[in-house]
Write a protein that binds this ligand. Structure first.
Ligand code: HAM
Length: 415
């Protein structure tokens, strides 16, 4: 026999019935965003490599080490999207969505690709639910965005997630902070890992994100960005904090949150949990007021977040919260013989056209085996359709939960 082919490391097959559960979960997320005015956008799975290297920043781990980049047959350098934001900004610019009334609020469910070391909660192909909002500069929308994520976790019954908040300033105040960081880390450069030595030159903020024990120990006493915020950034953060207070949303100010991508300005935030191991950041986002310009557009304030669906699933499991279940089979018809099978096919089609989930036996099982199968798939009602029923023009409908029965005419069939 030919050798079986295995899935690529770090990718996952979604098997039934979880595929249906996931779809229901995704619809819940998109519907929550729709209540805040977000409409769905879809962008291609691959984009010009430059979109990500320019958008996410050349000094980030994602761009330096983790992108799935390849040359296509036309010699173009393409990259499988490592995240959703850059593609959405490209589409916004390409299609002139910035000319539409502001704010433009866009939501998506998307697959992402990063060449990371796979472990629980970290995959090479993963999925994000994301939202991006363009054209709103004040802190009220930052609070609204955070409230959307918090509301989703509340609706799903998750209370293990904490909101951690920070401001990483803007191009006006960041240079002074970068200088302070550079001075601090330069004094201990002999101890830094080779990657951080490079970061010291290119973007010292990234050192705060280093996972190596030595670098993170040094980073503990590094200067804090909040001390360097300019008046406008400080005011923005104050405005956000007071709106979060008014919305009764708890948060912790965590000056160590810098996020792994370079495009952020001012607000950054994460929803984190201790219940799923090392990869505890379930949702991350913030403001990126400079990205639209970086990608060739006119200045446009923007912000958003990405929520990892696999991590969300892990938190749901850890909290013992069943994700929403797909609607079960409402009627299972047990036909006996060919004529009854033909009638069952017609009857099922009619019911489905009325929006009812109906099934009948298509593999020629015995009545007993069909009943067992109906029980397995959780059918709410069953009915046997044999020669007697066809002759009488009526069937007995059995409610599986309590065995209660009633007779229904075939010509006028209703559940
Ligand atoms: P990110 O923090 O890189 O931000 O990713 C967002 C979320 O995606 C993470 O919090 C996590 O749940 C999930 N995630 C990231 N990498 C992996 C992985 N290897 N395996 C499984 N899940 C993962 C962004 O991607 C930004 N685009 C978010 C954003 C949108 N900021 C503004 N708008």
């Amino acid at each position: 026999m030919p050798k079986q082919i295995q899935a690529i490391k770090g990718t996952q097959d979604i098997l039934p019935p979880y595929g249906d559960t996931l779809r229901t979960l995704e619809n819940t997320l998109l519907a929550a965003a729709a209540r805040y005015g977000y409409s769905e956008i879809r962008t291609p799975v691959f984009e010009p490599t430059e979109l990500f290297s320019r958008g996410m920043g050349g000094s980030t781990d994602v761009v330096q080490k983790e992108m799935y980049t390849f040359e296509d047959k036309g010699g173009r350098s393409l990259t499988l999207r490592p995240e959703g934001t850059a593609g959405v900004v490209r589409a916004l610019l390409e299609h002139g969505l910035f000319n539409e009334p502001m704010p433009q609020k866009l939501s998506y469910i998307t697959s992402c690709y990063r060449y990371e070391k796979p472990q629980a909660g970290r995959y090479r192909e993963f999925h994000q639910f994301g939202v991006e909002c363009f054209g709103a500069a004040g802190p009220a929308v930052d609070a609204e965005l955070i409230a959307l994520a918090a509301g989703i976790f509340r609706t799903l019954g998750l209370d293990s997630l904490r909101l951690e908040l920070n401001s990483i300033g803007c191009p006006l105040c960041r240079p002074a902070y970068h200088t302070a960081l550079k001075d601090y880390f330069a004094a201990r450069q002999d101890e830094l890992c080779p990657t951080c030595l490079e970061r010291l030159e290119r973007n010292p903020l990234r050192i705060l994100d280093c996972k190596s024990p030595v670098c993170s120990a040094i980073a503990k006493d590094a200067p804090i960005g909040l001390d360097y915020l300019c008046g406008e950034c400080a005011e923005h953060l104050d405005g956000l904090k007071s709106t979060l207070d008014a919305l009764e949303l708890d948060y912790t100010l965590n000056p160590r949150i810098v996020r792994g991508l370079d495009y952020y300005t001012k607000t950054v935030f994460e929803f984190v949990t201790d219940t799923i191991g090392a990869q505890g950041t379930v949702c991350g986002g913030g403001r990126y007021d400079g990205l639209v310009t970086e990608l060739g557009g006119n200045p446009l304030p923007a912000l958003g977040f990405g929520l990892g669906l696999e991590r969300l699933e892990l938190v749901l499991q850890a909290g013992g919260k069943e994700p929403p279940l797909p609607p079960p089979c409402e009627l299972y018809i047990v036909p006996i013989g060919d004529e009854a099978t033909g009638r069952a096919a017609v009857l099922c089609e009619k019911l489905r056209s009325e929006g009812i989930h109906a099934q009948f036996d298509v593999v020629g099982r015995s009545v007993k085996a069909q009943m067992k199968y109906a029980g397995k798939i959780g059918a709410q009602y069953t009915t046997v359709l044999g020669a007697d029923e066809l002759e009488a023009g009526a069937v007995t409908l059995r409610r599986m939960a309590d065995g209660q029965t009633r007779t229904v005419e075939l010509l006028n069939f209703r559940l």
